[in-house]
Ligand binder design. Structure first.
Ligand code: AFP
Length: 332
């Protein structure tokens, strides 16, 4: 059954929004609502730690790398602890997999949901006070509830997501999420300690003026279609914008219209971004907002992952722009 969009007034708190949403489903037990509240709560704690990062010694890297080879920053680890603890104590998620950890964690409770999370994405931007984000996906456990949590519970198509979202720690902090009834954005009002609805039923313009890619990759891109697309962008005098924090680049393009590209390169033949921690959640959101997300060959939401830390090429944003990239890649 197609879910109807939620239409609630600007200024309503996240809590009331979640509650009104839940009331539409007489049989809802409120577990997903509680899970979303737990994520929101952890994000407030992370937000507080990010805000004081310049003041105390939590900036800088740990001198060690995570599984994907990225340098782990202290704040990455703190954020990972905060979200894991909130979900563990909340009790609605039975398992969590984080970009910062090799395998999933069995939270040893009766919750029916599992969560995939990138606790702090764009960490190379932390030390320079540039926007960073948290990305999360929520799925249902696939195997029967009485069976122990296993990898199969996590290796699901993005289309199975029950909800997904991100937190953008920028000039203001925002929580943007969808439970499959459109996308809504909430701005954090720190004086009240509350997220309030600021961006109702967000939609991504069908076409846009912005293309976002790391220009330094140009000579390493392995797909001719992408090079052709970039030439076309320049000829059309589109605007190039690239922050290097996926959440921030995605958020801008979602609102203004545009496309984000991370193609396969000679160094990273499968692409850089992780299906499970970055691409899936943003694909779920962009589709809900009327846009598109693809590897160029396949819709991101249709990929069945084979490993937890799998990487994908990612073209995501305004529908017509992503369709043009797909068409050029098919001509190769
Ligand atoms: P970091 O978390 O290591 O900064 O990586 C950020 C990221 O995963 C994503 O947020 C960016 O869009 C992308 O990588 C930037 O990658 P490049 O530095 O290769 O352009």
């Amino acid at each position: 059954m197609e879910k109807s969009r939620i239409d609630l007034p600007i200024g309503i708190t996240l809590d009331r929004f979640i509650k009104s949403n839940e009331n539409q489903y007489p049989n809802a037990a409120g577990e997903l609502s509680q899970l979303l509240r737990d994520i929101a709560l952890a994000s407030k704690v992370v937000n507080r730690e990010i805000n004081k990062a310049g003041l105390i010694d939590i900036m800088g890297n740990m001198g060690q790398q995570n599984l994907g080879g990225d340098e782990q920053q202290k704040l990455d680890l703190l954020a990972n602890i905060r979200f894991t603890r909130a979900l563990s104590k909340g009790g609605e998620a039975c398992g969590i997999i984080s970009e910062e950890t090799e395998s999933f964690i069995d939270l040893k409770n009766k919750g029916k949901y599992i969560v995939a999370i990138d606790p702090l994405d764009g960490s190379s931007n932390i030390d320079v006070n540039v926007s960073i984000g948290t990305i999360f996906s929520i799925f249902k456990k696939q195997t029967p509830q009485d069976q122990p949590l296993c990898e199969k519970d996590f290796l699901q198509k993005g289309r199975n997501q029950i909800a997904a979202g991100y937190i953008l720690y920028g000039p203001s902090t925002m929580l943007v999420f969808s439970t499959g009834q459109g996308v809504n954005g909430f701005t954090y009002e720190s004086a009240l300690g509350e997220y309030v609805l600021s961006h109702q039923n967000m939609s991504c313009p069908e076409n846009g003026n912005i293309y976002s890619i790391n220009d330094g990759l140009l000579d390493d891109i392995t797909q001719k279609g992408v090079i052709t697309y970039l030439d076309k962008c320049r000829k059309k005098r589109l605007t190039a914008r690239y922050i290097g924090s996926l959440v921030a680049d995605f958020h801008r393009n979602l609102i203004k219209g545009g496309v984000f590209l991370y193609p396969p390169t000679t160094k990273l033949p499968l692409g850089k971004l992780r299906l499970f921690f970055e691409a899936n959640a943003l694909a779920f959101l962009i589709v809900q907002a009327g846009g598109l997300a693809s590897t160029g060959k396949e819709n991101i939401l249709d990929i069945t992952p084979t490993t937890l830390h799998e990487r994908v090429a990612l073209y995501i944003g305004s529908k017509k722009m992503v369709e043009e990239i797909i068409a050029l890649l098919h001509q190769e």
